[in-house]
Design a protein around this ligand. Structure first.
Ligand code: G4P
Length: 533
């Protein structure tokens, strides 16, 4: 596979940084993304990403939904060079109803930037997203955003990070000036004061000036003294950036700034390169290590059809784990044993696609029309490998769906199949009467909305979706089914992957059954962690 003079896989991998930004809607994820592109020189002036978005949502129905709700549903991958590195930024949806999608994206990254709105801190609805992140023990960098506006005390925010998500905050930079009057930050690692100057809405880089401490003391007055006092407190409790505990997912370096005015943006981007880890060798499902310079391997963490109406096709996004990817190479899907060619491989930059010729561990390739590839699939060249599956979340809400126009049942079924495969919702069917209305299962109700919207706009099969009153779901087996069927208020269904599940109208009945008849198989769909129902 290796051609003469091919760049060294190990060296190329070491240059990669693959991460995602997680935030509550409106905390500033899109703005920070855009500013990263600005600081990396990938866009000349801020505003380019929004313009792209505008164009995209004007041409796509379900992006229209995204726009109306002000949430991001689609995951895209941005790749840009920064310093001598290649940065891959994977987009995540900023709403808790899509936490399963976020979880899948997180399977493809090596670090996370958590953006908090300084005025709001950790918002209850987003706690679940952060827990997802924590449960994967990914290294997390924290950005306290919107410091150009009045907000809360930074020490109070640190407390909140620690108490609510159990990550020990270690401020890398500390603000001089209160929220709403940010003058600059002290980099605690080098004890230097960096003063910022505002540009118009942050369209261009914010000038930074290193100001000697004695001059800062004279010029910043009380704000300087307050910052020193607070830093004294941090020093006293040893809240210093600590690489090993950051890499282990136990502590989080904290940066302060404003994505809008560009204050602190360079520092957090530098931290992605300097602190976040390069891709490392992944362990397969038999606990063997697939070395970075072994044959090509990757796993699919996202499948999406019809992302853009001008390309009505299906993309499978795969994160590379080992080896060099060359467009056109033949790879094997480990689950099916089927070979596929990769003639049409892209990197996705917003809605605009670029063909990718080669890629390395940490990079994400979008395989066009790779039918047969599903979320969690491993693809490889050479020596076979299977990476561990991406667990599915336990659904918490349920609904029934039927086509509004019975003449369009075929399209309805096709849509159901496609959207099930993408993991938009889980489609459950009666094992004995496959033709009866399916039950949809999801982590959050917004997933049903996206599902309904896409059925109507992409498959031209509008559906009536009604919430169903099931309260819990458990995996079961053939032997337990007859007994469960004897009891009222339980429905047996089959998932797309063949698993039998039992739906309970009443969670207390489930609890009693678990206590009284332990011989019945009733397993939570995802054991442990924050996701067990
Ligand atoms: P999201 O992707 O996390 O949902 O947030 P997004 O970046 O879209 O930002 C949400 C709003 O917050 C936007 O305002 C954005 O300009 C603003 N914002 C982001 N970062 C900062 C910051 O550091 N300081 C201040 N003051 N505001 C910030 P908007 O009014 O919804 O949009 P726009 O009209 O400003 O574009």
């Amino acid at each position: 596979m290796e051609t003469l003079n091919a760049p060294d896989v190990i060296a190329e991998t070491a240059r990669r940084r693959t991460f995602a930004i997680i935030s509550h809607p409106d905390a500033g994820k899109t703005t920070l993304t855009e500013k990263f592109l600005l600081y990396a020189g990938a866009v000349q002036r801020a505003g380019a990403v929004k313009a792209r978005e505008g164009r995209r949502s004007a041409t796509s129905d379900w992006m229209e939904l995204e726009r109306q709700r002000g949430i991001s549903i689609s995951s895209t991958v941005l790749q840009f060079p920064y310093r001598d590195h290649v940065v891959n930024l994977l987009d995540t949806p900023g709403h808790k109803d899509f936490s399963e999608d976020t979880y899948r994206v997180l399977a493809g990254v090596d670090a996370v930037v958590m953006v908090l709105d300084t005025a709001k801190g950790i918002e209850a609805q987003t706690l679940k997203l952060f827990e997802v992140c924590r449960s994967r023990r990914l290294p997390v960098l924290t950005f306290l955003n919107k410091y150009d506006r009045p907000g809360r005390e930074p020490l109070e925010l640190l407390d909140e990070i620690e108490s609510q998500i159990g990550l020990r905050p270690t401020p890398a930079t500390w603000p001089v000036g209160i929220a709403g009057d940010l003058r600059g930050v002290i980099d605690r690692r080098t004890d230097t004061y960096i003063r910022f100057t505002r540009t118009d809405r942050g369209a261009s880089l914010a000038p930074e000036e290193v100001v000697p401490n004695d001059q800062a003391a004279r010029e910043e007055g009380a704000a300087w003294q307050t910052a020193l006092d607070e830093i004294g407190l941090l020093d006293a409790v040893g809240a210093d950036v600590d690489l090993p505990s950051f890499l282990a997912g136990d502590s989080t370096p904290v940066f302060v700034g404003s994505a809008l005015t560009n204050f602190g943006v360079r520092m957090i981007l530098d931290a992605v390169v300097d602190l976040a880890p390069a891709p490392s060798a992944r362990v397969d499902s038999k606990d063997n290590i697939r070395a970075l310079d072994d044959d090509f391997s990757a796993f699919v963490f996202k499948v999406q059809a019809n992302m853009d109406p001008s390309h009505r096709d299906r993309l499978a996004f795969a994160r590379i784990c080992s080896g060099r990817f060359e467009r056109g190479m033949t790879v094997t899907c480990d689950r099916t044993g089927r070979e596929l060619t990769t003639k049409y491989a892209t990197t996705a930059f917003g809605a605009d696609r670029e063909t990718v010729e080669e890629a390395y561990p940490g990079d994400v390739v979008g395989l066009v029309n790779a039918t047969g590839l599903q979320i969690g699939d491993t693809i490889h060249a050479g020596a076979p490998v299977t990476f561990p599956p991406i667990p599915r979340f336990s659904p918490e809400v349920f609904a029934t769906a039927r086509p509004l126009d019975t003449g369009r049942s075929k399209q309805f079924r096709k849509g159901l199949e496609q959207l099930d495969e993408e993991g938009v919702v889980q489609v459950l069917r009666d094992p004995d009467h496959a033709e009866t209305s399916p039950i949809l299962a999801a982590v959050g109700a917004l997933q049903f909305e996206v599902f309904g919207h896409r059925l109507a706009s992409e498959f031209n099969a509008p559906a009536e979706i009604l919430l169903a009153s099931y309260q819990a779901i458990r995996r079961t087996d053939k032997e337990s089914v007859p007994r469960l069927r004897d009891i009222g208020g339980i429905r047996i269904m089959r998932r797309g992957d063949g698993e039998l599940v039992a739906l309970f109208e009443n969670r207390y009945r489930l609890a009693r059954l678990e206590a009284d008849e332990p011989e019945l198989v009733l397993e939570p769909l995802v054991a442990g962690g924050a996701f067990a129902p």
